[in-house]
Design a protein around this ligand. Structure first.
Ligand code: FAD
Ligand code: DHB
Length: 386
């Protein structure tokens, strides 16, 4: 079997790449280890940058997003008994974020690929990549897929990155001594905008998915088990961390989804080797505090699409050769922002009284200086594409 671009992974990166290539007349096959049901139900991100929304809409896969997504023009930072709004409409006019579940993006992309006759294969076993320097091919479940280029869109735990010969890639990483417990609850959001709360007991985030469904996250120790968090404990802890300003009451409801995610920062350099190009979480991870992971995956895929378009138009590998360098500038900006937001808002057990004072002082600065708040806002809504 032969295609132009062999894509491993049907997450947002792999699916969007396949769709954008199709729009340019470039063929691809997507190979996904999990079932369609699994990837469509996997609950993850919720915040789409302006540029991500624009990309999806321009690519013709934004109809439901525009109808059901929840546009937000600000967020609240809550600490020390008060809430402070970061007003995007004032600080970064014309740019906002949209809250729309990642699995809804995935559903929309799968539907579009299948409607266009795209080749997306689920539940494929034993995916492996070969001959990465030239004439690459992918083997899976006893079959062989020859291609010009392989796109490794298989997330942090995929097979693509580990297939690059030793010594070629350099990894930069940081682990954090805490994780996020995330829940979905059948209850109307208790606030109109997202609330990022810093407390002595740890960070909490109030988000949402629809007028009927709320999304919450709690900082918990690294390695924490879900069994330690029965629903009553989750609600009690959310109330303790969020009901810290006068007049705010957290509405509770049925929790129907729970999961724990470790927090990690990771970048591999370069993001390519021979005919293999890594995109999204396969190449980099950010802690979720800045809501950047999915958005970075979209940015990578845009760059890769342009490079492949050029390659097929006139045979030039100039843009493909520069793929990694073109992506890494945004990647490192998002790394810094995500690390910074994480440090600003979480409680580190190792912090002494001095470190806690620094954190409080920085929170005061971000919420009182327009310049500092603008830095937060322009990174949060996403820097424009170059
Ligand atoms: P993935 O979504 O991980 O997709 C990779 C795919 O490859 C998967 O479907 C996987 O099954 C498949 N795969 C893996 N190995 C193989 C194999 N060997 N063979 C075949 N297929 C394989 N980001 C944001 O931008 N905003 C947010 O608000 C946000 N919040 C988050 C909250 C949580 C709790 C979590 C966990 C993440 C959050 N993120 C957020 C990050 C975001 O979810 C990821 O960055 C995003 O999923 C990356 O997409 P991807 O396509 O690169 O990788
Ligand atoms: C959500 C996730 C995030 O990582 C974040 O920073 C804000 C919101 C969410 O899932 O709604």
């Amino acid at each position: 079997m032969r295609t132009q671009v062999g894509i491993i992974g049907a997450g947002p990166a792999g699916l969007l790449l396949s769709h954008l290539l199709h729009l340019r007349g470039i063929s691809s096959v997507v190979l996904e280890r999990r079932s369609r049901e699994y990837v469509e139900q996997r609950v993850r991100a919720g915040v789409l940058e302006q540029g991500t929304v624009d990309t999806l809409v321009e690519a013709g896969v934004g109809r439901r997003l525009l109808r059901e997504g929840l546009p937000h023009s600000g967020i609240e930072l809550r600490y020390g008994g008060a809430g402070h709004r970061i007003p995007f409409e004032k600080l970064v006019p014309g740019r906002a974020i949209t809250v729309y579940g990642q699995q809804e993006v995935v559903k929309d992309l799968i539907a579009a690929r299948l409607a266009d006759g795209g080749d997306v294969r689920f539940e494929v076993d034993d995916v492996a990549v070969h001959s990465l320097e030239e004439a690459p091919y992918i083997t899976f479940g006893g079959e062989r897929l020859d291609c010009d280029v392989i796109a490794g869109c298989d997330g942090f735990h995929g097979v693509s990155r580990p297939s690059v010969p030793e010594g070629v890639l350099t990894a930069y990483e940081r682990e954090y001594p805490f994780a996020w417990l995330g829940v979905l609850a059948r209850v109307a959001p208790s606030a109109e905008e997202l609330i990022y709360a810093q407390t002595e007991r740890g960070f909490a985030l109030h988000s949402m998915r629809s007028p009927e469904v709320s999304r919450f996250y709690l900082q918990v120790p690294a390695g924490e088990e879900l069994e330690a968090w029965p629903d009553e404990r989750i609600w009690a802890e959310l109330k303790t961390r969020l009901e810290t300003v006068p007049g705010f009451t957290l509405a509770t409801g049925e929790i129907f989804e729970k999961g724990i995610t470790p927090l990690r920062s990771f970048v591999t350099e370069p993001m390519q080797y021979g005919r293999l190009f890594l995109a999204g979480d396969a190449a980099h991870i950010v802690p979720p505090t800045g809501a950047k992971g999915l958005n970075l995956a979209v940015a990578d895929v845009r760059v890769l699409t342009e490079a492949l378009d050029r390659f097929y138009a006139d045979g030039s590998t100039a843009l493909l050769d520069g793929y990694s360098a073109a992506c890494l500038k945004r990647v490192w900006r998002a790394q810094h922002f995500s690390w910074w937001m994480t440090t600003l808002l979480h409680t580190f057990d190792s912090d002494d009284a001095y470190a806690r004072r620094l954190q409080a002082s920085h929170l005061d600065y971000v919420t009182s200086s327009e310049a500092a708040a603008t830095t937060l806002a322009e990174n949060y809504v996403g820097l424009p594409y170059e």
